[in-house]
Design a protein around this ligand. Structure first.
Ligand SMILES: [Fe+2]
Length: 531
């Protein structure tokens, strides 16, 4: 890595200070500044420690912009990453070549202690459909170089979109070998659909340990995110491609629903305080736009992205606005396996919440693009199991919200001019499925396709259970929970290909990875076909 020149000598620095004023001097010197009582204290970034331990990332590629992220944390497990409670100047550079000579853009921002010295730089005015390199400097230190890209212009004819669909990366349950492969793939973006961190542990499957106990406050969630980002394979996958993200439950707490926690006695007020801390730490560690910074316990993560004339892509939020799971004790969230529940049919119950449902319905109805990708945190198709006592299902999934699922399918069926493909995660198994106009009536038309990626590391259900699911659901064309994996999605104007990459051995950093299955969707024909 090229290093920046040393800071100017003291006399020159003083001169610069008077010339540039407080803020500008701090930026120009790349040093640490603390506004004091009428005085300005300028220091070098303390110690020889690398402030870029958590790597670099980019995200949300638009036709003229991309978002660059890093967080300064020379000691990631210390409060504020080992930095003082003061703003730090960070310089960024973005160019079309790795030598940073062609089309160079650069700027300076202050990494604020209020955001754990994370920076979210939205670089706009860029040419569309172009690849870029980027890096950061703070003090005398330089970050690794990241690669990113802009999306094609919204009206451009586009021949391909290639993405990796991934989710569920329990740090304790495996090495991130699949991220190693994702980093090496030729991709336009990584689409991560939830369970980026896990707040909880399962001692039975612990191959390596989270740093610290289950998070209960902002510091705890910051340490948990730092634990994940310290994994070199995850950092490599971030540095190699721009990411688009949505979340599921474990970014806060298993099976939470809106403002309701599964933890007994926590109450709405207590849980919203936890959600405030968790969302804030999430924002601080993700390559998302600065406008997405949470306000209290609220952060809008759902959004609409376009890939030229080829595809619309909506990222959906399954957690923040959902109704509590059915037939639970009052004031308590949590998923359960159940067969009977009168509340199930209540049309007021929702996964996305009324506002997001309306927004998505309107967007689907007016989209001019042939491919419409819905990315969300779980499996929409049913995985219920027929038993002598009735159909058994897990109440936290879409099976527990049948009226909401029916409304989503109606919205999809009402726009027959496009091909809808739902992309999900959460269930720790690769799934290819047909989605019908009325999910409860197998005689109704297939209106969309679904691909769900297996987990990157988190344990799946035993094959005995998954085979019962397949037997009870003819629309599940593929379902395997015995291997960890991610899905490669290749989109062209005529066809979508889904390749399920998988490994039996996520415990090994160098695990063998193979193709478990391939499916395709032809434009104009809803439903996956084995390929
Ligand atoms: Fe998960």
């Amino acid at each position: 890595m090229p290093r920046l020149p040393e800071n100017p000598p003291t006399m020159k620095r003083r001169h610069l200070l008077t010339q540039l004023g407080r803020g500008a001097a701090a930026l120009a010197l790349g040093s640490l500044f603390t506004p004091g009582q009428g005085r300005v204290r300028i220091e070098r970034l303390p110690g020889a420690d690398d402030p870029f331990t958590l790597g670099v990332a980019s995200g949300m590629p638009g036709p003229d912009r991309v978002l660059l992220w890093t967080r300064l944390a020379p000691q990631p497990m210390a409060p504020l990453g080992g930095l003082p409670d003061a703003a730090v100047a960070v310089r960024w550079e973005l160019a079309q070549d790795e030598a940073f000579s062609k089309g160079l853009r650069r700027g300076e921002v202050l990494a604020q202690p209020a955001h754990a010295h994370s920076v979210h730089v939205s670089v706009d005015g860029l040419p569309s459909d172009r690849r870029f390199f980027y890096r950061f400097h703070a003090g005398a230190a330089s970050s690794p170089i990241g690669r990113t890209r802009t999306a094609p212009a919204v009206d451009a004819p586009v021949s391909r979109l290639r993405l990796a669909l991934a989710s569920c990366q329990h740090y304790e349950q495996g090495a991130f070998a699949l991220h190693q492969e994702i980093a090496q793939q030729d991709l336009d973006l990584v689409l991560f659909v939830g369970d980026y961190i896990y707040e909880s542990s399962n001692p039975r499957y612990r191959l390596r340990a989270h740093e610290g106990p289950k998070p209960t406050d902002l510091d705890g969630y910051r340490r948990r995110h730092a634990t994940y980002k310290l994994d070199p394979a995850l950092r490599a996958a971030h540095a190699a491609h721009p990411w688009l993200l949505t979340w599921d439950d474990h970014e806060v707490e298993n099976d939470y629903a809106g403002g309701v926690s599964p933890t007994e006695g926590l109450g709405v007020e207590g849980f919203l305080a936890l959600r405030t801390a968790a969302y804030k730490a999430y924002f601080e560690h993700m390559p998302v736009s600065p406008e997405m910074a949470p306000v209290g316990p609220a952060m809008q993560i759902h959004g609409h992205h376009r890939w030229g004339r080829l595809a619309d892509l909506w990222t959906l939020d399954n957690r923040q606005y959902r109704s509590v799971q059915a037939c639970n004790e009052p004031g308590r969230a949590g998923g359960r396996v159940m067969t009977q529940c009168d509340e199930l049919g209540d049309p007021a119950r929702s996964v996305l919440g009324p506002a997001q449902e309306r927004w998505l319905g309107e967007a689907l109805a007016t989209s001019p693009r042939g491919w419409r990708l819905l990315a969300q945190g779980s499996q929409i198709s049913s995985s219920g199991i027929d038993t002598p006592a009735g159909r058994s299902f897990f109440s936290d999934g879409w099976d527990g919200y049948p009226a909401a699922r029916a409304r989503l399918m109606q919205a999809i069926a009402a726009q027959p001019q496009g091909d809808v493909v739902c992309l999900g995660g959460d269930v720790h198994r690769h799934v290819a499925a047909r989605l019908r106009a009325d999910p409860a009536d197998p005689r109704t038309a297939v209106v969309a396709s679904e691909f769900v990626c297996s987990s990157l590391t988190s344990r799946g259900l035993p094959e005995t259970m998954v085979s019962l699911m397949r037997g009870s659901n003819p629309d599940l064309l593929h379902a395997r929970g015995d291997e960890r994996g991610y899905a490669l999605i290749d989109l062209t104007p005529e066809r979508l290909d889904c390749t399920f990459r998988a490994t039996r051995f996520p415990v090994e950093a160098q695990a063998q990875i193979h193709t478990q299955a391939r499916y395709a969707v032809e434009r104009g024909t809803a439903g996956p076909q084995a390929a």
